[in-house]
Design a protein around this ligand. Structure first.
Ligand code: ADP
Ligand code: MG
Length: 335
């Protein structure tokens, strides 16, 4: 469960200041297991359309909605299924990203997410035999997709939990553009997407939550026309009997919650979908591999807070990120 970002309760990234000359229209609703707020200057009529579109996407993509494309694939027993255009497009992008990250991002870890208790809240540490058994039932390579037709092997299950909100943000951006909105802020449970700047043209100010004290910020990003998505281990986790913190992002190599030394990673880039997937994957990679991946990809920037309290930012953020006082010593990752 996530909480409203700009109230700062469990925020990952949140609006610091919306002030501009004219008052924006805004709509807040609950969808995709989180609170979402769409704020638009001059586009009041588009807000109900945005909410309707989100509901439509949730009904297609949520593995926990019985008639969704995801749920139908998960009980398909290996038979081919016809997918909606949305699900097929997103699954295609997901599979490309799985290949790009050598399977660090892998939506088929869903049975492990469930076994650790992150679906029903009945948290537990599975024994190693159970983890090995479930790992046998993972592997994105086994998903077949051709046009709108897909198949997932019997016993395999996938979910779009680490990309659906990002995809939804990209889709809402299209609706806002079709309705002539040139200035808007989407906060889909901490997945931020900005359309243009504020109505006066100045950039949106977005606070990045401190993973060690989520109501405070580690600094402020100035953003126009881009997405910013955070993944971290500080919102959805439980503490095991041995004192270890177990978060909801599973390392597909071990079948266990990620323990990479990163407390949170915020990704800034053009595509909401890609930023959402990247934040999850970079969190699993850990700082060094994430920095290498950033150097190779060249289409995003990132801000990492490590478990030992250090801040690292990629060089593209140096001009539009102002760290809070206690993080003034941020290390810059360069090409
Ligand atoms: P959140 O949705 O909390 O913002 P993420 O975008 O990082 O966080 O997505 C976490 C969700 O992604 C998990 O709840 C789970 O359903 C799914 N997931 C967990 N591990 C992986 C992984 N290695 N690859 C892809 N999806 C994952
Ligand atoms: Mg994600």
């Amino acid at each position: 469960m996530k909480f409203l970002r700009f109230l700062g309760t469990a925020a990952a990234v949140f609006l610091v200041c919306g002030c501009a000359s004219e008052a924006p229209a805004s709509r807040t609703f609950f969808a995709m297991d989180t609170v979402m707020t769409v704020t638009a200057y001059g586009g009041e009529d588009s807000l109900p359309l945005c909410e309707k579109r989100i509901t439509e996407l949730e009904n297609l993509l949520s593995a926990q909605k019985p008639d969704s494309d995801a749920a139908r694939l998960n009980i398909s027993d290996g038979t081919e299924m016809s997918l909606s255009d949305d699900t097929a497009a997103l699954l295609g992008e997901v599979l490309d990203f799985c290949r790009e990250t050598d399977g660090i991002y892998d939506p088929t870890v869903y049975p492990l997410v469930r076994e650790w208790g992150f679906i029903d809240g009945d948290y537990k540490v599975p024994d190693s035999a159970k983890i090995a058994e479930l790992l046998e039932k993972t592997g994105f390579e086994k998903i077949a997709l051709s046009g709108n037709t897909a198949s997932v092997p019997a016993d395999f299950e996938l979910d779009f939990g680490a990309c659906a909100k990002g995809y939804a943000a990209d889709e809402l951006k299209k609706i806002l553009a079709e309705n002539g909105v040139t200035s808007a802020l989407l906060d889909l449970g901490g997945n931020i997407l900005t359309v243009g700047g504020k109505s006066d043209g100045s950039p949106w100010k977005i606070g990045v939550a401190d993973p060690f004290s989520p109501s405070e910020s580690v600094g402020t990003l100035l953003l126009s026309d881009c997405a910013a998505v955070t993944s971290g281990g500080y919102e959805r986790y439980f503490i095991a009997e041995n004192g270890e913190r177990c978060c909801h992002i599973i390392d597909p190599r071990t079948g266990c919650p990620t323990d990479s030394g990163i407390a949170s990673v915020t990704v800034v880039g053009q595509s909401g979908t890609r930023c959402d997937m990247l934040s999850t994957a970079l969190f699993i990679m850990g700082t060094e591999k994430a920095a290498d991946f950033w150097r190779g990809a060249g289409d995003f920037d990132m801000l990492i807070i490590t478990e030992d309290g250090k801040m690292l930012i990629t060089e593209g953020l140096t001009d539009n990120f102002t760290p809070a006082e206690k993080y003034a010593e941020a290390e810059v990752i360069r090409k």
